[in-house]
Design a protein around this ligand. Structure first.
Ligand SMILES: Nc1ncnc2c1ncn2[C@@H]1O[C@H](COP(=O)(O)OP(=O)(O)OP(=O)(O)O)[C@@H](O)[C@H]1O
Ligand SMILES: [Mg+2]
Length: 651
């Protein structure tokens, strides 16, 4: 019992835990993965937007340059004290001023024919020659302001200014994952360039003013991007956002820092990004390891006016500030789920304990009841069905107590009655023995005296009285001996129905019977082991009593039936009935309600004695004024008990 109750709890627990763990694990996994994807998407979108902003900063710088140059081209050169078509001291002063004010690196004046009229710069390289410059060519053609990003080779730079090669020259630093290269030095330059048309005093087209501002090793642009796009946010001492300008694959301006705290110029683009952005001209966004940290990055090509990819614009967001909370979430969320599982398991145990606790109590109570202790009760009424069950169990225990009490009382009464009758029987038997012998003497001698010839008629009559009364006493004594079971019975297989029929015949012949007599005998009744004469005496006594109880007539019914291995004979009358308080006494010897001399009160006690001797029982039920029922049950020997089948029952 205990084991099965444990199994129920065990099974419930395992089932519950399986469901909770599966659900929580699934939720954890899905949430962590989903949140991770959402976060990555979010950061990448943000970096793309940042790259757009960076491009706008770049373009606006270019526009500013164009505005500046257009302004000076229109005003100063138009009304210059000298003509633009020939080099002169005054022109050099003017152009140098424009260069310095505009923080420019290269300034050229080109004739409408396309030859360089004047160059500023230390090299004083002779002017002349056809200018191979797409921006200038476009202005010559369209007479409109042109701007863009252009590349200068080292030779071209020298031609402009001796100091320029030195300015752009940088060592290439070994970079993991970059394309293989044999170069160790980067010496070209990339610049923002503008070409504007110049007009003469009469408004005629008189040449092209071209200016360029190198981007190499100039950090104002990338820092402006950082400040405007990322508002200079710092995370743990590191720039949160970084920007870089690449010329081809070389980092020429950046605010990504090397470990030594210097700007990481000279490092190169990874081969993968190079292929995508420079070779295929695509933009590229992903996480990438840049110099010495992981970044969420975005790259897009920088094109020259001929639409060739000459460089790359890059922005990157330090990954850690975003990945850290995600990593924390990756740990904390499953941890939270584990705690939730543990707490729900705990609650579950509490609940099942409170539910199953009454079961344990019920088991305990039943064990006690089985052991014979009827006093304990559950006393608890948990809510719901369990409460109903507990109440039912308590009520069941109450019912057992009540039933047991009744049985004990009945048994005690039965024992008391048979003990009393046994004691009376022993007494009666003792007296009967003592009286029997003298009675025999009195009878014998009375008969002898009666034979004497010299007796008077009166003497003989007196002697007859002596003989008659003594005979009567002897009958009584014999009855007493019967009751005390002193008279041995001769048992043999006996047909009860036959005994009953014979008794009724005898009864009818003896008495002037003015009552109805009914026989309801079961023809299939098996024989019992009994002394038929004694049984006849029992049934006769019962019939006589019934007859005596019905002085005004009535019905006497005798029924025989087989019941639970017993042959049962029922004698019912519709007579006066018996007072309830007398019911217990009617089996006592000499108990009678008849007038003195009418009855001895031995009929029932003798009958009781006989039935006891046959290992049977005899009981009485009576209702005052309605009638009385005597029930005699005799055991049917085993093997003779008939199991009646349905056919017989129906017929
Ligand atoms: N069928 C009955 N109906 C009503 N009372 C009965 C019935 N049978 C017995 N009694 C009561 O039980 C008493 C005892 O009966 P029991 O047969 O032992 O003695 P009795 O009939 O009085 O005398 P006896 O049988 O010796 O002539 C009766 O006096 C009567 O009061
Ligand atoms: Mg009687």
């Amino acid at each position: 019992m205990r084991r099965s109750h444990r199994t129920i709890r065990f099974r419930l627990t395992v089932g519950f835990m399986a469901v909770v763990l599966a659900a929580n694990t699934a939720i954890s996994a899905i949430t962590v993965i989903h949140i991770g994807n959402v976060l990555l998407d979010e950061v990448q979108t943000r970096v793309r937007l940042n790259l757009n902003s960076a491009r706008q900063v770049y373009d606006s710088r270019l526009r500013e340059l164009a505005h500046y140059l257009n302004g000076v081209g229109l005003d100063r050169l138009r009304f210059a004290p000298t003509t633009v078509s020939e080099p002169s001291e005054a022109l050099d002063v003017l152009l140098t001023k424009i260069k310095e004010e505009g923080e420019l690196d290269i300034v050229q004046l080109v004739s409408p024919m396309g030859t360089i009229v004047h160059r500023t710069g230390s090299s004083k390289h002779p002017a002349g020659g056809i200018h191979n410059n797409p921006l200038v060519e476009e202005v010559l053609r369209s007479r409109l302001v042109q701007s863009g990003t252009v590349v200068f080779s080292a030779e071209e730079l020298v031609r402009e200014d001796d100091s320029l090669p030195e300015l752009v020259r940088m060592k290439l630093l070994p970079t993991e994952a970059a394309r293989a290269t044999s170069r160790t030095i980067h010496d070209g330059g990339m610049a923002m360039a503008v070409a504007v048309p110049v007009q003469g005093p009469q408004g005629e087209f008189s040449g092209v003013l071209f200016a360029a501002k190198l981007l190499n090793q100039r950090f104002d642009m990338v820092d402006a991007i950082r400040n405007q796009v990322f508002q200079g946010q710092v995370w743990k001492g590191k720039e949160l956002g970084t920007a870089t300008i690449f010329q081809d694959d070389v980092r020429i301006a950046t605010n990504v820092m090397s470990l030594d705290g210097t700007r990481a110029v000279g490092t190169r683009l990874s081969a993968e990004v190079y292929e995508a952005v420079v070779e295929r001209g695509e933009s590229w966004a992903d996480r990438a390891f840049v110099v010495n940290d992981w970044y969420i990055t975005a790259y897009e090509p920088i094109r020259d006016p001929r639409d060739q990819v000459i460089g790359v614009l890059y922005v990157g967001l330090l990954e850690e500030p975003f990945s850290r909370p995600h990593r924390l979430f990756q740990i904390l969320f499953p941890l939270l789920m584990a705690i939730t599982s543990a707490v729900s398991f705990g609650l579950y145990l509490l609940v099942t304990k409170s539910i199953l606790q009454p079961v344990g109590r019920i088991i305990g109570l039943s064990k006690k009841v089985i052991a014979g202790d009827l006093t304990p009760r559950l006393g608890i009424r948990p809510p719901g069905e369990m409460g109903v069950l507990c109440e039912a169990v308590d009520r069941m225990a109450d019912a057992i107590v009540e039933r047991e009490g009744k049985l004990k009382e009945l048994a005690a009464r039965q024992i008391g009655k048979s003990q009393k009758l046994a004691a009376v029987g022993r007494l009666a038997a003792g007296i009967a023995h003592e009286i029997n012998n003298p009675l025999t003497g009195v009878l014998t001698f009375s008969h002898l005296v009666k034979e004497k010839p010299n007796l008077t008629e009166a003497d003989r009559r007196d002697l007859d009285v002596v003989i008659r009364e003594t005979t009567r006493v002897r009958e009584i004594v014999r009855g007493l001996l019967d009751f005390a079971r002193e008279t041995p019975s001769e048992k043999r297989p006996t047909d009860l129905n036959a005994v009953i029929s014979r008794t009724i015949k005898l009864f009818r012949s003896q008495k002037d019977v003015r009552i109805a007599v009914r026989e309801q005998l079961d023809p299939t009744l098996p024989t019992v082991n009994a002394d038929p004469n004694q049984l006849q005496q029992v049934f006769l006594n019962l019939c006589l009593n019934a007859w005596e109880a019905m002085p005004g007539g009535g019905t006497l019914t005798i029924t025989s039936v087989q019941e639970r291995g017993m042959a049962v004979v029922q004698i019912d009358d519709t007579g006066t009935g018996i007072d309830p308080e007398l019911l217990d006494r009617i089996f006592e010897p000499f108990f009678t309600t008849k007038a003195p001399g009418k009855g001895t009160g031995l009929g029932l006690s003798v009958s009781y004695g006989i039935i006891q001797q046959h290992e049977g029982t005899m009981t009485v039920e009576s209702a005052k004024g309605l009638g009385t029922r005597f029930v005699v049950s005799l055991p049917i020997p085993e093997g003779r008990v008939m199991i009646r089948n349905q056919e017989e029952e129906q017929s």
